[in-house]
Design a protein around this ligand. Structure first.
Ligand SMILES: [Zn+2]
Length: 577
């Protein structure tokens, strides 16, 4: 069977891509075309088929019968022809890394969201032709060119590779450089005042620091032998999605206005670049080959994402892009975030991973009370395990040895992912210690991580401070002169009394309140306040006894009189030896 995709965009201002898939040398009476429901790396069923419209088919040169057999499946009757062509229009106006976008300025394609697969033929090689809008001159896609004179035509070894090849079309900037002996290309869309030379220099440092952890770069032996960054600078939020030899990154336009913005730019770049190894190659066994039609469950996103978050700052530290103080500050901020989330006591990271599809990607007003992020908690688990390995091996090894081991043993030697038992075994093998209890308490359970015990190995300690003494337990937002409750913290005075999200706080102690934190400055735990709220037009009054605010801010400081052993372990931790 031969498969050829054509993607056209003759009227980009209407936001429609026109896709046709020609399938020849068929032997069955019909061909089923299926649209993926989700994109690997983003664990939510997005039902991309919702954007398909006006479809048609041909068998040979004649019009063919086509009908749907499921929400994402179209059946084309072959009528004894050996070739069928299925065409559809796809609405594309969702500018995220996981969706498609097309307007009069440019087009972006996340192929899982645009290109259907031929049922039963995900492994069949295909070709792809992009027909850019008439005034557009560039196509950036991390696929090798096909052996043809047809412009913008590429080889597609299989459907998984197509899904892993995001596409930017338009008149964007492209600049290239070499790092870690691999050519890198940057496709850059968006107005901004970036400094090309600075970015090349900083990206090179990130690439070399990441490659140094593994001692080899996977793109050297991959398809195109290069790596592509697609960067969008937009009036929107941050976002990134990892692929086999590329990544898509979205940054808000103000990114380059401040040092903080630029620091986040480097953090997200380091994050997505580390995914080149962790998740795209060192992967939980359940994550590939993928079933694109339904949820692919794993308990290991705390490794796939959490370890990657931890390595952001390890890489930036190794690359010389952040100093020790910033590195420690990053960890203290993550601890502050995790330890002030009530859901940390409710949901384990393994459950958080499994339920990503219905919880992490579908948050509601109660999520902080009941869930924990496998990103930030996973990063703290990585921290604990890194410190544990350094201590138990007398500074000989660290978490890098575990990552290398997983890369060599599972990805390279066996070409498969690892399971829950195997990640534990790898950690035990490198540290030389049994981790039954750690896993039971902190990974499958929700017991608080023993921060100070582990941080002492490297001569550090956590210092807690309480900034706001008294609290009611609600977060609020002021819109149209009304103060509305946006969150009620579990087990707080407001929670126990019955304040709800969406309630309007009309008065407290008969005063109008604009800023709740300011109001609390004069209050003490034990004070009683009269809270008047309005809910759906009904006024209600509550007498609430204020309590001590449990919100704690952590700082990571150096112990005085550190031993030589601690100093050496600290260096190993910060990757200075
Ligand atoms: Zn990630």
């Amino acid at each position: 069977m031969k498969i050829h995709y054509t993607i056209a965009m003759p009227e980009p201002h209407t936001h429609y891509f026109e896709v046709s898939i020609a399938v020849s040398e068929i032997q069955l009476p019909f061909v089923d075309f299926k649209m993926a429901a989700w994109t690997p790396g983003s664990y939510l069923l997005r039902e991309y088929a919702q954007h398909v419209e006006t479809y048609s088919a041909k068998a040979g040169r004649k019009k063919a019968k086509v009908f749907k057999t499921a929400k994402n499946t179209w059946r084309v009757m072959a009528e004894n022809a050996s070739k069928v062509t299925f065409s559809y229009r796809m609405y594309a106006f969702d500018m995220t890394v996981r969706t498609n976008f097309l307007d009069s300025n440019h087009g972006y394609i996340n192929p899982a969201a645009l290109c259907m697969f031929v049922a039963g033929h995900q492994q069949t090689p295909a070709t792809l032709t992009i027909q850019p809008y008439e005034t557009w001159e560039k196509v950036t896609v991390p696929l090798p060119p096909a052996n043809t004179k047809k412009p913008f035509t590429y080889q597609v070894p299989d459907f998984d590779t197509l899904v892993d090849s995001p596409i930017e079309i338009g008149n964007h900037q492209v600049f290239s450089f070499e790092a870690a002996d691999v050519p890198h290309h940057l496709a850059w869309y968006g107005l901004n005042k970036y400094n090309e030379e600075q970015i090349k220099k900083d990206f090179t440092a990130i690439i070399e620091a990441s490659t140094d952890i593994f001692q080899e770069h996977p793109c050297q032996e991959y398809l195109t032998q290069d790596y592509t960054f697609i960067v969008h600078i937009l009036d929107r939020k941050f976002g990134g999605l990892e692929h086999l030899n590329s990544t898509s990154l979205h940054f808000p336009r103000e990114t380059f206005d401040t040092k903080k913005g630029y620091a986040r730019f480097l953090n997200l770049t380091a994050h997505e670049y580390f995914h080149l190894w962790n998740v795209k190659r060192i992967r939980p066994v359940e994550l590939g080959p993928f079933d694109y039609e339904r949820e692919n469950y794993t308990r290991l996103l705390w490794v796939a994402e959490g370890f990657t978050v931890y390595y952001e700052n390890i890489i930036l530290r190794k690359a010389g892009l952040i100093k020790d103080g910033k590195f420690r500050k990053g960890i203290a901020e993550t601890i502050t975030r995790v330890e002030n989330t009530p859901g940390n006591q409710v949901q384990s990271v393994t459950d958080a991973s499994w339920d990503a599809w219905i919880k992490a990607y579908r948050p509601n007003e109660n999520s902080p009370n009941t869930t924990i992020s496998y990103y930030s908690k996973g990063a703290l688990i990585a921290l604990m395990l890194d410190l544990h390995i350094i201590y138990e091996t007398q500074g000989e090894k660290n978490l890098d040895d575990v990552m290398r081991h997983l890369y060599q043993s599972y990805y390279k030697a066996q070409q498969r992912g690892f399971n829950e038992e195997e990640i534990k075994q790898a950690l035990e093998e490198v540290s030389g210690k049994n981790l039954d209890s750690f896993f039971e308490k902190h990974i499958y359970g929700t017991q608080t991580l023993p921060y100070n015990r582990y941080l002492a190995h490297v001569g550090c300690k956590l210092t807690p401070t309480i900034e706001e003494k008294t609290y009611l337990g609600v977060s609020t937002v002021r819109v149209a002169k009304k103060l509305r409750v946006t969150r009620v913290r579990k087990d707080s005075p407001a929670y126990r009394t019955g304040l709800n999200v969406h309630d309007e706080i009309v008065k407290i102690d008969d005063q109008k309140v604009k800023d709740l934190s300011k109001f609390m400055e004069d209050k003490k735990p034990g004070d009683q306040v009269k809270v008047e709220i309005c809910r759906d037009g009904n006024v209600k009054k509550f007498l609430i006894v204020l309590e001590e605010n449990p919100h704690t801010t952590y700082k990571l400081t150096m112990q005085k009189n550190r031993t030589d052993k601690q100093k050496q372990a600290y260096k190993k931790w910060l990757r200075k030896t």
